[in-house]
Write a protein that binds this ligand. Structure first.
Ligand SMILES: O=P(O)(O)OC[C@H]1O[C@H](O)[C@H](O)[C@@H](O)[C@@H]1O
Length: 512
């Protein structure tokens, strides 16, 4: 017999349960326990947010700080683009991939995808989710770690001679992809291979990367546009090219995203899953991100989803200023990995300790055809977690998908893109620029590295960090930290003293 609490829970669940027939996605935000009064109070701000979203999709300068439009929704609905030219450009980019695919499949067995941030996180999620679609083996070089490159090149199907190098950088100037590309080019040269014949670039026309690819006669250059941000580029060729090379059905992926976009244009909040998510985030975090969002996909193939959501949310919402220039230091912290695994780790704190987060559990009803009843163990882990959090009064949201195939995943990613855009409107921040990101943090230290090695080589004398600081004009702490690294790499000899101040360093070898 249902108790009064059960009936109350049931009423709240039914009132806010949102299912979209077009995508099969269902959203349950009842665990947020939003009040009727809150929903009523937010009707106005939400209406304004939805109106701003209509203007954004019509091509207004929704990113005023960079004087740009925001066009990732047009990527899956080119007819929405504010000009026929833009729409035609998007379709041409699809045609360019379709033409390239058979050539690539014939010539290559592997892909080395070089990119970082939004030029890697989304593509990696797609290629991991659909790793067995029978296409090329796609490996990601998304960090400046030579060991990571060695690992990616080890046992590369077909070896370097059958490998396509796909360099993705919207701006075309991000240092790490450049450094990694030069390193990979060295590996190709050492193997006696013509790197340019194996290389393609995806970047904004006219960028340094585009010019470099043209000058060095790389195989192809695929287009990006300034009105697509890195964190919202997964439905551009940034995601479509690697996914297509991996053998995925990228048309279904775009159709799923477009279907969710249609659903999240609905002005009725309770029928708009993105609106419900944005309102839940606002309610749970007081519009200040006072609770951390923990994203937990209950599928191994979606284990990289939290990293994609993390960049999308935190790079969009984590802003010092709001749109009127007030200092707000906004944000919404995201972490997570996968269920059920995480239930046996940090869930202890989430249920029992600090009450400063909310979970968003993401499950799929189906996996691979004919999978065992273990899939029910997995899904019941999700359901059990919802109950367990409710029991402790800890907020938990749930998103369920029919499966993790292209259409469903397109819908899921589009849902989060729209929810972030609506939430940003509710808290009045520009979600589409990233003034806090410095692409060039390593460059001054690399320059100092060379100065230190040159100085030690010229002097030949054991030298302290402070003396090198004076000689190079850098703080002694910075110089000492770098010297300790160079000593550990046997690039300088370290004569230890009692502490950092009286340790001396001498050059031992030419710059490695
Ligand atoms: O694609 P790129 O221009 O190389 O940029 C790669 C990344 O650089 C920065 O970190 C931006 O904040 C990210 O949004 C972007 O995805």
């Amino acid at each position: 017999m249902a108790t009064a609490d059960d009936r109350q829970e049931w009423a709240g669940y039914c009132g806010l349960h949102c299912s979209d027939a077009g995508t099969g996605l269902s959203l349950d935000v009842s665990g947020a326990r939003m009040s009727e009064a809150f929903l009523a109070d937010m009707a106005g701000p939400l209406s304004e947010a939805l109106t701003a979203m209509v203007a954004l999709e019509a091509g207004t300068e929704a990113n005023p700080d960079e004087h740009r439009m925001v066009g990732h929704y047009w990527l899956r609905a080119p007819d929405l683009a504010p000009s026929a030219d833009l729409g035609a450009g998007i379709r041409r980019s699809w045609d360019q991939v379709a033409t390239f695919l058979p050539v690539a499949r014939e010539r290559y067995r592997s892909v080395l995808h070089i990119g970082i941030g939004g030029s890697a996180v989304g593509p990696r999620l797609l290629c991991d989710a659909w790793h067995d679609r029978g296409g090329l083996a796609v490996r990601f070089l998304d960090n400046a770690d030579p060991d990571g490159i060695d690992r990616a090149l080890r046992d590369l199907p077909g070896g370097l001679e059958r490998t396509l190098v796909s360099v993705v950088s919207k701006s075309g100037i991000t240092p790490t992809p450049w450094q990694v590309t030069h390193e990979v080019e060295r590996r190709f040269r050492a193997a006696g291979l013509d790197f340019a014949a194996h290389a393609v670039a995806t970047t904004v026309p006219g960028s340094d990367l585009a010019q470099h690819a043209a000058q060095h006669r790389w195989s192809a250059v695929f287009p990006l546009w300034q009105w697509v941000g890195g964190r919202t580029s997964v439905t551009s060729l940034v995601g479509l090219l690697p996914a297509a090379l991996a053998g995925a059905d990228t048309e279904a992926f775009l159709l799923g995203a477009a279907a969710m976009d249609r659903c999240t244009r609905n002005p009725a909040a309770t029928a708009n899953p993105a609106a419900l998510l944005a309102l839940s985030w606002y309610w749970l975090g007081g519009g200040r991100g006072d609770r951390t969002m923990v994203v937990v996909p209950y599928r191994d193939r979606l284990a990289l989803l939290p990293r994609w959501v993390q960049q999308l949310v935190m790079e969009s919402l984590g802003k010092r200023l709001d749109r009127s220039g007030r200092v707000v230091r906004q944000g919404l912290t995201v972490h997570g990995h996968k269920g059920v695994s995480d239930q046996h780790s940090y869930f202890q704190q989430l249920r029992d300790g600090r009450d400063d987060s909310f979970v968003t559990l993401i499950g799929t009803h189906r996996g691979e055809s004919g999978e065992s009843a273990l899939a029910d163990h997995l899904f019941c882990g999700l359901l059990g977690t919802l109950e367990a959090f409710a029991e402790r009064g800890r907020p938990a949201l749930a998103i369920t998908l029919p499966d993790y195939r292209e259409h469903a995943l397109g819908a899921l990613l589009a849902l989060f893109e729209r929810a972030v855009g609506l939430y940003a409107e509710l808290v009045h921040v520009n979600a589409y620029h990233q003034p806090g990101v410095d692409k060039h943090t390593a460059l001054p230290l690399l320059s100092l590295r060379q100065k230190v090695l040159d100085h030690l080589t010229e002097s030949g004398e054991p030298t302290t960090a402070e003396a090198l600081a004076d000689a190079t004009g850098h703080p002694p702490v910075t110089v000492h930290r770098l010297l300790e690294h160079l000593a550990a790499r046997d690039l300088v000899r370290r004569d230890p003293g009692r502490g950092p101040a009286d340790t001396r360093y001498t050059a031992v070898a030419a710059d490695a």
